[in-house]
Design a protein around this ligand. Structure first.
Ligand code: NAD
Ligand code: IPM
Ligand code: MN
Length: 355
């Protein structure tokens, strides 16, 4: 167990963010009591409302403050129909991912109960893998531009960066995780058949790194084929490693396999540094304020954060409470239940047992 008090920055964000993060925070408060977890939480109101009223997205000095004063960040989601440009989300979310160099986007895909998957005849052990999504470069580098904008001859370029260093560190992280968690295979997905340069780099680095891990099987699939195999034969996957954009797409599919976006959790991690934990889903504007959003994605995200901070027993207790609530159908309506966001959160908290 971690010894010193951990400091957490909480950024609920937009839409359903505040509703689901409230439940995740309540779970953290519960494990303070049941597991003696030492946490100090501080809330930040960054999001669309602040941008619209004060013209502030990621406040000046925020990244330094987060690195110097916090151990982890728990965030909801960013995106608001009133901000068509999505500027605040870009500044805040991409600002933290890139600015804090959170190069691992770790997204588990795990079926907690058979009835949740839309696939026929799948057991919980058939859907149990983790995706290592590269999180600081690729198609998300913000490079590109327009020529002759607004004319019939307009050209828009959208560049993709793949650095040797960036590709290598995410692939190494995937193999290290596999070794540490007894996973037997790492599968790399790219489109090296058309993306001849970036794909070539990924291919070479993957082979080189794989050779350093002879105990772990390494295989490759083209990203398009992988989306098909994820549906047809998800049991083949242990650890998937891929670039930023493919990882984004693959993990929404992964979320669907495990029961929907309402359940999916993620960590934006740079080992040893302040890291950002957020549900995979977005701000779901049509659901906001109705008390119907599923809090499980955020609660499992809080469990991931607890594990990152060294509170393994508390993390497992939260996961187990979520699993029990799902088995007892104490869930929101997206999972076939009848509970509100707050009721579903309370049902989970009630199942977190004293250590
Ligand atoms: P979304 O994840 O908000 O919603 C997609 C679908 O999943 C919707 O049908 C929604 O109702 C459902 N859903 C999502 N979360 C749920 C939950 N907790 N419980 C039950 N159902 C849930 O994605 P979108 O509609 O494509 O995007 C909405 C906004 O969110 C956009 O502005 C987008 O850019 C933003 N977004 C932000 C993040 C983030 O901040 N990390 C991630 C994804 C999308
Ligand atoms: C995610 C989201 C973000 C992404 C958006 C909101 C920028 O879809 O976290 O998966 O594309 O990374
Ligand atoms: Mn996404």
């Amino acid at each position: 167990m971690a010894e010193s008090k951990k400091r957490i920055a909480v950024i609920p964000g937009d839409g359903i963010g505040p509703e689901v993060i409230r439940e995740a925070v309540a779970v953290l408060e519960r494990v303070r009591e049941t597991h003696g977890v030492l946490l100090e939480l501080k809330h930040f109101d960054w999001g669309a409302e602040k941008y619209l009223s004060e013209d502030v997205t990621l406040p000046e000095g925020a990244l330094e403050m987060l690195s110097n004063e916090f151990d982890a960040i728990l965030s909801g989601a960013f995106g608001d129909p009133r901000v068509a440009s999505n500027k605040h989300a870009e500044d805040i979310l991409m600002g933290m991912r890139r600015g804090l160099d959170l190069y691992i986007n770790l997204r588990p895909v795990r079926l907690m109960a058979e009835h949740l998957t839309p696939l026929r005849d799948r057991k919980v052990e058939d859907i149990d893998f983790v995706v290592f999504r590269e999180n600081t470069e690729g198609a998300y580098c913000g490079a590109g531009g327009f020529l002759k904008k607004g004319t019939p001859d307009e050209i828009a370029t959208q560049e993709e960066f793949n650095t040797r260093r960036g590709v290598e560190r995410i692939i190494v992280a995937a193999f290290e995780y596999a070794r540490a968690h007894n996973r037997k295979r790492v599968t790399m997905a790219d489109k090296s058949n058309v993306q001849r340069f970036g794909g070539d780099l990924w291919q070479r680095v993957f082979k080189e790194v794989a050779a350093r891990y002879p105990d772990i099987e390494a295989n490759h699939q083209y990203a398009d084929a992988m989306t098909m195999y994820m549906v047809l034969n998800p049991a083949q996957y242990d650890v998937i490693v891929t670039n930023n954009l493919f990882g984004d797409i693959m993990t929404d599919l992964g979320a669907a396999l495990q029961g929907g976006l309402g359940l999916a959790s993620s960590g934006n991690i740079h080992p040893g540094r302040v890291s950002l934990f957020e549900p995979v889903h977005g701000s779901a504007p049509p659901l906001a304020g109705k008390g119907v959003a599923n809090p499980i994605g955020s609660i499992l995200t809080a469990a991931m954060m607890l594990e990152y901070l060294g509170y393994d027993a508390a993390s497992r207790a939260v996961e187990e409470a979520v699993r029990q609530s799902i088995l007892e159908r104490e869930t929101t309506r997206d999972l076939g239940g009848t509970l509100s966001t707050a009721e579903a959160g309370a049902a989970i908290r009630a199942r977190i047992q004293n250590q």
